[in-house]
Design a protein around this ligand. Sequence first.
Ligand SMILES: NC(=O)c1ccc[n+]([C@@H]2O[C@H](COP(=O)([O-])OP(=O)(O)OC[C@H]3O[C@@H](n4cnc5c(N)ncnc54)[C@H](OP(=O)(O)O)[C@@H]3O)[C@@H](O)[C@H]2O)c1
Length: 316
Amino acid sequence: MTRSNRTAGAPDAGAAWRRLLTVRSAAGAREAGLRRGADGGWAWPEPVPAGAAALAARYLPLCLAGPHTAFAQLGQSADGFIATRTGDADYVTGEEDRLHLHRMRALADAVLVGAGTATADDPRLTVRACEGAHPVRVVLDPRGRVPRGRGVFTDGAAPTLWVVGADTAAARGRPPGDGVTVLSLGDRAAFAPRPLLSALAARGLGRVLVEGGGDTVSRFVRAGVLDRLYLTIAPVLIGDGVPGLRFPGTGVMRRALRPPARRTLLGEDTLWEFDLRGCGPQPGDAAGDQHADAGQARDEGEHAVDHGHGQALGRA
Ligand SMILES: NC(=O)c1ccc[n+]([C@@H]2O[C@H](COP(=O)([O-])OP(=O)(O)OC[C@H]3O[C@@H](n4cnc5c(N)ncnc54)[C@H](OP(=O)(O)O)[C@@H]3O)[C@@H](O)[C@H]2O)c1
């Protein structure tokens, strides 16, 4: 952010987004022209178009979350499914949610998906609907089952980290494309969300968007490692399909998780943003119970495979 940007006056939505992309701290927010109000919240001091004010309100919590934060997003039907029973997810939510998703990618160092999503959707995981740099793409694939022809491995649009079990062919072979780094983990416990996030942070990827699918996001929620969860609910009923969030939960309704939440309308869809920072691991979760072991496994079981493409990961 330059001095001329700082004094450029009230930003429109496009300028507001460009400024938000630079904000990583309170100092950065001030540099971007934002001011903290009496209520502790940040806003543009001068009257700004509604779009600019809305962008600051929605994304500043993420911008200011610090260098280590994990957040997740799912787009689901009103009856709780993220795809049909054949795995078709084109498209559960609408255009405004796609824009929101791309903005969150732009605010992340890494975007992570499970093997099911990388296989079923062949997603690009790049930033195309808004300005911003592509995050590093992370595919969580303990069995090395994602086909090598998938775009994240072959399109070269952004760096990709393929996280596989050490006992897989993927761990032993050459990476499937330029810009793909294979990270081989020797112990299944090292795939648990907490040690995995530590492994990513050690590679400079501290701000992680977990983009699906339901199984992967659920594991991160159960492990209690997410700061924020974004659920966009579309006014559609699928009836049966791929479930969204699942965790053991409680038999007593008044003990159900009710984290601080706020909602925003995205066209016909409703975006719910949950602040999970006070929630912790969910009771009865085997993965959560394994955290201590998993932390140890991280130190003992993980090793990167150097295929000659071993330069430090960075955003595209
Ligand atoms: N609407 C949306 O927002 C949205 C977003 C993304 C995806 N989708 C849809 O969701 C479907 C895929 O979702 P899904 O829930 O079936 O699968 P998924 O979450 O994409 O992938 C799950 C798999 O990833 C691996 N994995 C993930 N986290 C792991 C961990 N911590 N430890 C070990 N392994 C881990 C496991 O692979 P192994 O089974 O090989 O062990 C696991 O079975 C697709 O149909 C896709 O279209 C929808």
